[in-house]
Design a protein around this ligand. Structure first.
Ligand code: C2E
Ligand code: CA
Ligand code: CA
Ligand code: CA
Length: 277
């Protein structure tokens, strides 16, 4: 028994050490990556009910030389914990605006109306954020009205007043705010009316199960109808099958996003697929 225990400990220890090593390597390499400004971005279209592109969400991508693609869920968290998210976030915005400006100049140029950017709580509550964002928009000549910032409800838990003030200031410039992953956090339906937001994104976990689960369907139905009453746009994310698209259309959802239409694509592929026709 003693021997067995020792073995088990040994194996556990080993895996733990590997995980630690990988995190440490990723943290160091992410730092280099930011210093070199070498992170990538992909673009996923957002469609209206007629399946026209009305917006595009920017998603960060990191291809590690040894580990391959690292999920943004992983490296964004590393960036948040190591004081890297602020500079990283600005690099992503800079790259996205640079690309959008390029698409403005080509023929046919973009005809979608929003560029959605994912913003961490740490970015939003940073006092410099508003000024830094506006500077980047000016640098690339992007109208503020085209920018939608996707935030999550977690920002209201710790920094309620700071977040509200920041959002109000951003909205004064015409920037719109989207509440991402709606339904997964702590906020209830009746807190929506008091938040300074323009749009709600129904989390993909609801969208993917709604066709099989009556109570989830009812929940999605209620969210959409409440948003209509509050004049909020509703986006459904993670639309993978036409059955989901059809149900959501029946509920009069405004915007649809997911693999049914397209995965997030590198700029050149996005351009070929959605801007050339
Ligand atoms: P999110 O903002 O909720 O983004 C949606 C995620 O769902 C993306 O994963 C997207 O690729 C994926 N997705 C899109 N359509 C479908 C679908 O039909 N089915 C399924 N199963 N998934 C779909 P991704 O790109 O791995 O990003 C994961 C998360 O990482 C994002 O979740 C966001 O929270 C974060 N993230 C990504 N880019 C950035 C960024 O530039 N800044 C910040 N702060 N966070 C980012
Ligand atoms: Ca998002
Ligand atoms: Ca989401
Ligand atoms: Ca998410």
């Amino acid at each position: 028994a003693k021997n067995k225990g020792k073995n088990r400990f040994h194996i556990f220890d080993h895996k733990d050490q590997d995980l630690f090593n990988k995190k440490t390597i990723l943290t160091m390499d992410l730092r280099d990556c930011i210093a070199e400004n070498s992170l990538d971005i992909h673009f996923q279209p957002q469609m209206n009910a007629q399946q026209h592109v009305v917006g595009v969400e920017v998603l960060a991508r990191w291809k590690h030389e040894k580990f391959g693609f690292v999920s943004p869920d992983v490296f964004i968290e590393i960036a948040e914990k190591n004081n890297l998210i602020y500079p990283l976030g600005l690099q992503i915005i800079d790259k996205a605006c640079f690309q959008l400006a390029k698409w403005f100049k080509r023929k046919p140029s973009v005809d979608f109306k929003t560029l959605s950017l994912n913003i961490s709580p740490i970015q939003l509550i940073e006092p410099k954020f508003e000024k830094d964002l506006l500077n980047l928009l000016e640098k690339h000549n992007i109208p503020a009205e085209m920018i939608c910032l996707e935030i999550t409800e977690s920002v209201f838990m710790k920094n309620y007043q700071t977040a509200i003030t920041a959002l109000n200031n951003l909205r004064e410039h015409g920037i719109t705010i989207s509440l991402d992953d709606f339904g997964t956090g702590f906020s209830s339906l009746n807190s929506l009316w008091k938040l300074p937001i323009d749009e709600v994104k129904i989390d993909k976990s609801f969208v993917s199960s709604m066709s099989k689960d009556d109570s989830l369907f009812t929940m999605v139905e209620s969210v959409i109808s409440l948003c209509k009453k509050l004049n909020l746009e509703v986006v459904a994310e993670g639309v993978e099958h036409s059955i989901e698209f059809n149900i959501l259309k029946g509920l009069d959802c405004n915007i649809y996003q997911g693999y049914l239409f397209s995965k997030p694509l590198p700029a050149d592929l996005f351009e070929k697929t959605f801007l050339d026709k």
